[in-house]
Design a protein around this ligand. Structure first.
Ligand code: GLA
Length: 409
């Protein structure tokens, strides 16, 4: 067996240097960029597929970040280059950006400028380059990291002042979500952008997506320091392809919206845990195959687990959250049906090797899983997971450690 592949993060200086160099090579005629900005990917500790149901989620920011070097232009042209697409120049005019009108990775970037303009901000064109150590397609929010790095860059070069405080950051979150939903066409829920813009080092962010909440109510920092408990958060990138623009995610969201409408509530958040059994009975006549009831059961129990997880963490009892993680995974696998063979294998083998708890993280259908592991057990867990993949004939997974890190800046 080969040695485990650790997916290291870059130092801020290294990331900045990479994009400064790339900017010089990509746009030699325009001079230096106005600056360098960056934004993290995320892992979600618990609260999966709850955000678009008005529910709770608990992400932390990764040390892995997407870096952007950007220079404002006087016209409305947007030109983009990426280290991940060598030799290609993505180009548009802001006047041509609209839902359905732009495609490819540039839509996530131009979409942010479009959304800020829709919010009434005066945004001009720009030249920008991108490089990233957020594993791509690993369910660790590489697209949100891209949007959020661009959002803080545009905020600064246009002196919007939004990134300066948490309420302004919440406004940037909304712009990034609109970019992703409306311009890039991925019907995601907003947890990723909230994590990338509003998480802080040493903390998780309790994201409350209940409609109508104020910025302050929608994101609450929760101190999350695993060191005193001698624990660490291990992330395993299964390297199984994961895509959100495909039909499965949208189908889950549509089922939840249908169930909410049948139950006469705005979102499934309005179904309290004690009302779950009654809701399931009410859905029965409309749900011959039981799919809607399974989806609802996942969402309602997952929101409750998230609240319990936060209560334990706040109470200094982080060593007790493992069973909640395992239950979350089982619910995503059996009721929400968004896991994958590779994710189940990580969870089963990590728990078998001594992890306190483990679960898939993010949208699912591939992507990454997390495991809460005693520091002294990390090596064993990594070896056991890697061996399980090897035995199953699967591509070797990637590993990374996820201390709660800084937001977009
Ligand atoms: C993806 C989406 C998020 C959220 C998660 C599942 O990451 O972008 O909005 O719905 O899936 O929790």
């Amino acid at each position: 067996m080969t040695s485990p592949a650790w997916l290291e993060s870059w130092s801020p200086d290294d990331g900045a240097q990479r994009v400064r160099d790339l900017f010089g090579r990509s746009f030699p005629a325009v001079g230096a960029p106005d600056g360098v900005w960056s934004a993290p990917g995320r892992v979600n500790l618990i609260g999966e597929h709850t955000d678009y149901n008005g529910g709770l989620a608990l992400p932390t920011a990764l040390p892995h970040r997407t870096y952007v070097a950007l220079r404002r232009r006087d016209d409305d042209v947007v030109r983009l280059a990426s280290a991940q697409a060598p030799g290609e120049l993505w180009q548009t005019r802001l006047a041509d950006v609209a839902p359905g009108a732009v495609t490819g990775w540039g839509a996530y970037v131009a979409g942010v400028a479009w959304a800020l303009a829709k919010d009434g901000h005066d945004v001009s064109g720009f030249d920008a380059v991108v490089d990233s150590c957020v594993p791509f397609g690993a369910g660790l929010s590489s697209s949100a990291a891209l949007e959020c790095a661009v959002a803080v860059a545009l905020d600064e070069v246009h002196q919007l002042g939004l990134a300066a405080d948490d309420a302004g950051r919440a406004a940037l979150v909304s712009a990034c979500v609109r970019a992703e939903n409306e311009v890039a066409g991925a019907p995601t829920g907003g947890m990723d952008q909230a994590a990338s813009l509003r998480c802080t080092a040493g903390h998780a962010l309790l994201v409350d997506s209940r409609p109508g909440l104020s910025a302050l109510e929608s994101g609450t920092p929760v101190p999350f320091d695993l060191e005193p408990a001698r624990l660490t958060l291990l992330v395993v990138d299964t390297r199984a392809e994961h895509a959100l623009v495909d039909g499965q995610y949208a189908e889950r969201r549509a089922s939840c919206e249908r169930a909410a409408s049948l139950l006469g509530v705005e979102t499934l958040r309005d179904v309290a845990p004690e009302a779950l059994e009654g809701a399931l009975v009410a859905l029965e006549p409309h749900d011959p195959d039981g799919v809607l009831r399974r989806r609802v059961r996942h969402v309602v129990t997952e929101i409750a687990r998230t609240a319990q997880f936060v209560a334990l963490v706040r109470d200094g009892r982080v060593t007790e959250v493992g069973p909640l993680m395992n239950a979350s995974h089982a619910s995503l696998r059996d009721d929400y049906e968004v896991s994958a063979r590779e994710l189940d294998l990580v969870v089963d083998s990590a728990v078998g090797a001594g992890a306190l708890g483990a679960r898939m993280t993010g949208g699912g259908f591939g992507g990454s899983a997390i495991a809460l592991v005693r520091v002294e057990d990390v090596e064993t867990v990594v070896t056991v997971v890697q061996a399980a993949f090897d035995d199953a004939g699967l591509t070797a997974p990637g590993f990374l450690l996820a201390p709660p890190s800084a937001p977009a800046l």
